[in-house]
Design a protein around this ligand. Structure first.
Ligand SMILES: [Zn+2]
Length: 420
């Protein structure tokens, strides 16, 4: 798809010429050379959490990721879902203050102005040592001094379970039985078809652009919860009233589809219509957000974090969503399992995405620098990312990475001849 055709804002003549020139140059170059010529510097990004900035100190953290892994882009996890840190098991390898941390449920780590928000407002941490500091400002100021790209991520949940089941129960996604979706104990996603959900993400992104001038906004909010094998009776929804209203505007009777699927979860064409409705709903959410945040900052990078290997089961069809994305982060942490046999699958997956998606969509591949990862596997993961035409890599995640792991990433970049 032509990159201009999706952008509802009017492209300038200069943009058009730039894109036309790139396309013309790409057309005459052999494919291998095209892949080797990134349109922008190869990105090496690292996620950072408020508690590690507090515990280790922002300058120490940035020294570490820059020196050991050649990081040129950092982002704050601005809203984090509840999760044990470091992930799964073990203790922080370089945190001088604490061994582990249980992230609170969907708390935000910048200082929001409630007046800038509608019905949903961000909720601060309950811990004074976290909520007294504006961590987005801390990281932004330090990153800018070093010339690093700076982003903010919203991770999985927009609001905490307590509020999703309470004051926002009317916004929560509903499964086929009309219950609040409860696939995972901690997760109660809000419906992307509810106008209040979009209003909240728009307000959040506007505040983060205005106050921190972020270069990229990374979203890995759950659009629709997982429905196993794409079946409506195995997991997520959504069959809420907002979805029914939205479907009606598109000429679809979602109530009737729901009744049909309740009787037979694989009945066609109802199943296909419901799945397509999810795909289109997810794409429309990004379309609306893409338009509004580009109106606020023309060169903002709206990055979608592909947090699953089976996006269709989560209501995400990448080819429908990609016109409204500025980049994609692929969550593949194969290295963390410590099994060299998994690296072939990683290569296949990345190469497959590169073929499937438009060539000018920057794709950032993760490397899993934690758990059982080795420096050798991380170096290999980086090289695979370069060889499959990725536009960058993302460390997943600094908080669980030993220093040898971090150095393995730099070694991989050097081996792949990426300028560091
Ligand atoms: Zn819904």
């Amino acid at each position: 798809m032509h990159p201009c055709s999706h952008d509802l804002s009017e492209p300038t003549r200069r943009d058009f010429l730039k894109q036309a020139g790139t396309a013309a140059a790409a057309a005459v170059l052999p494919r291998s050379l095209r892949a080797a010529e990134p349109r922008r510097p190869f990105e090496v990004s690292a996620s950072l959490y408020a508690w590690e900035l507090h515990d280790e100190g922002v300058e120490q953290v940035l020294d570490n990721v820059q020196q050991m892994s050649a990081v040129n882009s950092v982002y704050l996890i601005g809203v984090m879902h509840p999760e044990r840190r470091p992930f799964r098991e073990g203790t922080f390898p370089h945190n001088p203050v604490r061994q582990t941390w249980m992230a609170e449920d969907a708390r935000c780590y910048w200082h929001p102005d409630p007046k800038k928000y509608g019905r949903i407002k961000p909720r601060l941490s309950s811990n004074d040592w976290l909520n007294r500091t504006d961590w987005a400002q801390v990281l932004r100021d330090a990153a800018r001094k070093r010339g690093l790209r700076f982003g903010i991520e919203q991770s999985h949940t927009l609001v905490d379970k307590e509020r999703a089941e309470g004051e926002f129960a009317d916004l929560a996604q509903r499964n086929i039985h009309g219950e609040i979706t409860h696939v995972r104990d901690w997760l109660r996603p809000l419906c992307p078809n509810n106008p209040a959900t979009l209003e909240y993400v728009r307000a959040m992104s506007a505040e983060l652009i205005a106050n921190y001038g972020m270069d990229y906004f990374q979203l890995c909010m759950i659009l629709f919860d997982e429905s196993v094998d794409g079946r409506p009776d195995r997991g997520g929804g959504c069959f809420c009233d907002a979805c029914k209203r939205t479907a009606k505007e598109a000429g679809l009777d979602l109530g009737k589809i729901q009744a049909t699927l309740l009787a037979d979860p694989v009945a066609q064409p109802a199943l296909g219509e419901w799945q397509e409705f999810r795909f289109q709903s997810a794409a429309r959410f990004y379309q609306a957000l893409h338009t509004s945040i580009h109106a606020l900052k023309r060169d903002i990078d709206l990055r979608y974090n592909l947090h699953m290997t089976n996006p269709l089961d989560w209501g995400v069809k990448l080819t429908a969503m990609q016109p409204y994305l500025d980049s994609l982060r692929v969550m593949d942490y194969s290295e963390q399992e410590g099994d060299p046999a998994l690296m072939g699958k990683k290569r296949e997956r990345l190469a497959g995405l590169r073929r499937e998606l438009r060539r000018d969509l920057p794709i950032i591949a993760c490397v899993g620098c934690r758990l059982k990862a080795t420096p050798e596997l991380l170096s290999e993961g980086v090289q695979i990312s370069v060889q499959t035409g990725m536009d960058g890599i993302a460390l997943g995640h600094y908080d669980g990475a030993t220093f040898p792991m971090l150095r393995g990433i730099r070694a991989g970049l050097v081996a792949a001849k990426v300028p560091v």
